[in-house]
Design a protein around this ligand. Structure first.
Ligand SMILES: [Zn+2]
Ligand SMILES: [Zn+2]
Length: 93
């Protein structure tokens, strides 16, 4: 069902619709870029934040190459209580 936009607001409505469409397109572009981002993490407080796209990667890890904590050991066993690089748990105060 089409909403009835008063005649004198039609141009304005068009601008709104265009802005909405632009927004969606920009959001999709941003999403695509984030998916291919070669995340490069820097330390922000205690978190690892990508300096390129702003993604928060979780805790800053001083021991791993990409500075993210990793809880899966070589055998594929998951242990959220101990990062294999720094030994800290996923849940922290
Ligand atoms: Zn990134
Ligand atoms: Zn760690």
């Amino acid at each position: 069902m089409q909403e009835q936009v008063p005649e004198h607001f039609l141009e304005f409505k068009k601008k709104i619709d265009k802005a909405k469409a632009d927004f969606v397109a920009a959001d999709e572009r941003l999403c695509t870029l984030r998916n291919i981002c070669p995340h490069t993490y820097i330390k922000k407080y205690n978190s690892a934040v990508c300096v390129l796209c702003g993604k928060n990667g979780g805790w800053w890890c001083p021991g791993s190459n990409n500075h993210l904590c990793w809880y899966i050991n070589d055998g594929g066993k998951v242990n959220m209580d101990s990062c294999i690089y720094c030994g800290d748990p996923e849940e922290r105060k």
